[in-house]
Ligand binder design. Structure first.
Ligand SMILES: Cc1cc2nc3c(=O)[nH]c(=O)nc-3n(C[C@H](O)[C@H](O)[C@H](O)COP(=O)(O)OP(=O)(O)OC[C@H]3O[C@@H](n4cnc5c(N)ncnc54)[C@H](O)[C@@H]3O)c2cc1C
Length: 629
């Protein structure tokens, strides 16, 4: 049943792969004495060509070279050589060049003055954190996709986020005008279900069927094609056709409590009448929404995920949003919130992209050599992992590792905009309760793999714009077209090269343990997978799904970029896993407390995985810094 690697085209030279899966500390130079490797500050990546970070393919996201130092510190308790002090003085050092860290730098200048000297330290070879741009040129014209953060959830923005976006020139209305991407449900082509041969015995594509919305006509015919047992198919047919209130006679508060105490998949079985096999089909549908399976979310939480439930709670509609896959009220840049990161970097370091602004940011070529220029008031230093942050008289000292060198800089203030769970290792002298709270906030692992296809022929033949794959690593697959904004166009009727985005997470090996332990176990599995594992996975799915329409996995794949995010969504509290804390004593509220001259940002500080939360938390952190150092 399994196709050979040869038949899938695994030998094809499609991409510059990163084979450095296990960069040892010795190869990073840590065995050498401090200073032995020269004293120039960070050599950033070459500005242009194949080394330009946004065009790099292969293993991205948490890429080899980015995480080894942090793992040596946090997992192995490694001690590092005595740092060498750099002759650089800053007002602010920011740990983490994601949206929160960049926003913190922006707000610092507003509060402490435009001449403030700021250094941003980021462990990856690109800035933006999860807001990552995947840029492809293999098919000729530039094609963009999202390596992580996609949506601007503009209805949820605070006044200060709206203000920041206005200052950056972002116009949500004009972004909405050019936004015709619908998460697989149109506007050309429809959502499909793909059952794969390895899991279900044969490859079956059921076009025009959405797990969220079912199908308006011939629902039973579509479900009859599912390669599952007859009993499971019958249970699904009844489930989609039913309209009733399974809690009739109960008070609102009773219903709320019942929905909060049962997992969505248990609800499907107990009240929806689905067999175990049919309910299991839904497990991966919430990965993109919450970073965990529908078996770990309560039925109440799944109402927000637009999965079918409302039709059993008295509504005519299957889901809360009227049964669509469209992703709700969101706006989007063609490279997702990487454009927001780019606008922030451009505002902080104008020379990085002269002439770029919010009207053309997606097309701008950034000069990475300008990120860290001697004498510039704001410097962004890539490939630099912070290993220690400590208060000292009148400021803070920050130690980091760059290219094997252990270096230290001093500043009046420091903002930690990195994941909270690493902070106890960076600041061991924090109060114990604060460190415990930070450790509680385990990020949810996520995976985004972009594949550039040679053309859209098979997709158009099958009238697809996305598919749900209940048996595969990536539960969702979307055709990436139709975000025609900020100077970029990729229309739905374009038949040329097209990115296809695969979205998923790793199922935890043991779901009986705490959700944090599940995340840690999934993360370990994610990090153990090689690029070839992901490549084989997407080739297998594309071959099974599009092969019958003439797609050839050997020839029709031009590039693959795996964006793995072992530290993905911020830890938001879940009905089934977390207690309710009295106001002010939830882990994120304790974790983000300022500590001397050090303040704490990141989306973790708001316990919500959103760009606007990362920005709000940056502003709070900057406001907490004391003047007068
Ligand atoms: C796949 C994916 C999709 C998402 N989609 C959306 C979306 O559509 N809309 C939305 O609003 N949100 C989305 N999010 C949530 C996203 O996390 C936030 O929107 C936001 O980008 C978080 O920014 P941040 O700066 O808080 O964290 P991050 O983006 O994680 O940035 C923190 C940075 O600090 C770096 N760092 C950590 N430790 C160190 C260290 N010791 N030294 C130096 N640097 C360090 C990290 O590597 C990282 O680059 C998504 C997240 C993921 C993973």
């Amino acid at each position: 049943m399994k196709k050979s690697d040869l038949a899938l085209g695994m030998g094809q030279d499609i991409t510059r792969r990163d084979f450095i899966h296990d960069v040892s500390l010795a190869s990073l130079g840590l065995a050498l004495p401090a200073g032995a490797m020269g004293d120039t500050p960070a050599e950033t990546s070459a500005s242009f060509g194949a080394n330009y970070p946004p065009v790099r393919t292969g293993m991205r996201g948490s890429h080899p070279g980015a995480f080894e130092v942090a793992h040596a510190l946090a997992r192995e308790g490694k001690s590092f050589p005595v740092p060498r002090d750099l002759d650089e003085a800053y007002d602010l050092v920011v740990v983490g060049g994601g949206i929160s860290g960049l926003a913190a730098a922006y707000y610092y200048r507003e509060r402490f003055g435009p001449d403030s000297r700021i250094l941003i330290l980021e462990n990856h070879d690109d800035f933006g954190g999860h807001a990552r741009r995947n840029e492809f040129h293999q098919g000729g014209e530039m094609r963009l996709s999202w390596g992580g953060t996609m949506n601007l959830e503009y209805p949820l923005f605070s006044d200060s986020v709206n203000e920041l976006f206005a200052e950056l020139g972002v116009d949500i209305d004009s972004l909405l005008e050019g936004y015709h991407f619908r998460y697989g449900s149109g506007p050309r082509g429809k959502h499909a279900m793909f059952f794969d041969a390895e899991t279900y015995g044969r490859d079956v594509l059921v076009p025009d069927f959405s797990f969220r919305a079912g199908r308006e006509t011939e629902l039973d015919d579509a479900i009859d094609r599912f390669p599952i047992s007859k009993a499971s198919r019958e249970s699904l047919k009844k489930f989609y056709a039913r309209r009733e209130n399974v809690f009739a006679g109960k008070s609102d508060s009773e219903v709320k409590e019942l929905l909060r105490r049962i997992s969505y998949t248990d609800f499907l079985k107990k009240y929806g009448g689905l067999t175990d096999e049919a309910a299991d089909l839904f497990i991966r549908v919430t990965h993109g929404y919450a970073g965990v399976g529908a078996d770990s979310l309560s039925a109440a939480e799944c109402i927000g995920a637009s999965v079918p439930i409302m039709h059993l709670l008295g509504s005519e509609h299957l889901s809360g949003s009227g049964a669509t896959d469209a992703g709700g009220d969101v706006a989007m840049f063609p490279d997702g919130n990487s454009s927001v990161a780019r606008l922030l970097v451009r505002a902080l370091i104008p020379d990085v992209a002269p002439g770029a602004d919010a009207s053309n940011i997606a097309l701008a070529r950034f000069d990475y050599a300008k990120l860290d220029e001697v004498g510039a008031p704001v410097r962004l230093r890539l490939e630099s992992t912070v290993i220690n942050v400590a208060n000292r008289d009148g400021g803070a000292s920050i130690t980091y590792v760059n290219d094997g060198r252990v270096l230290r800089v001093n500043a009046k203030h420091a903002v930690l905009a990195c994941y909270h769970a690493i902070i106890p290792h960076l600041c061991p002298e924090l109060p114990e309760a604060q460190k415990q709270a930070q450790k509680y906030q385990v990020k949810r692992p996520l995976l985004v793999t972009n594949v550039l296809l040679r053309n859209s022929k098979a997709i158009n033949t099958l009238a697809l714009s996305g598919a749900y794959c209940p048996g595969r690593l990536h539960g969702a697959v979307w055709v990436v077209k139709g975000v025609n904004t900020v100077g970029y166009r990729h229309d739905w009727d374009d038949t040329g090269p097209v990115p296809v985005m695969f979205w998923g997470s790793i199922a935890p090996p043991d779901s009986s343990v705490s959700v944090q332990e599940q995340h840690r176990a999934s993360r370990a599995l994610l990090l153990a997978m090689t690029f070839e594992d992901f490549e084989r996975e997407v080739r297998t799915v594309l071959d099974g799904m599009l092969g019958p329409a003439g797609f050839d996995a050997k020839d029709d794949i031009l590039a693959i970029t795996v964006n793995r995010w072992p530290h993905g969504y911020a830890y938001g509290y879940l009905d089934l896993w977390d207690p309710e804390w009295p106001e002010g004593s939830a882990p994120h509220e304790i974790a983000r407390r300022p500590f001397g001259n050090i303040a704490i940002a990141n989306a973790d500080a708001g316990a919500e995985a959103y760009t606007h939360v990362a920005i709000d938390e940056a502003l709070r952190a900057i406001r907490e810094l004391k003047r007068g150092n």
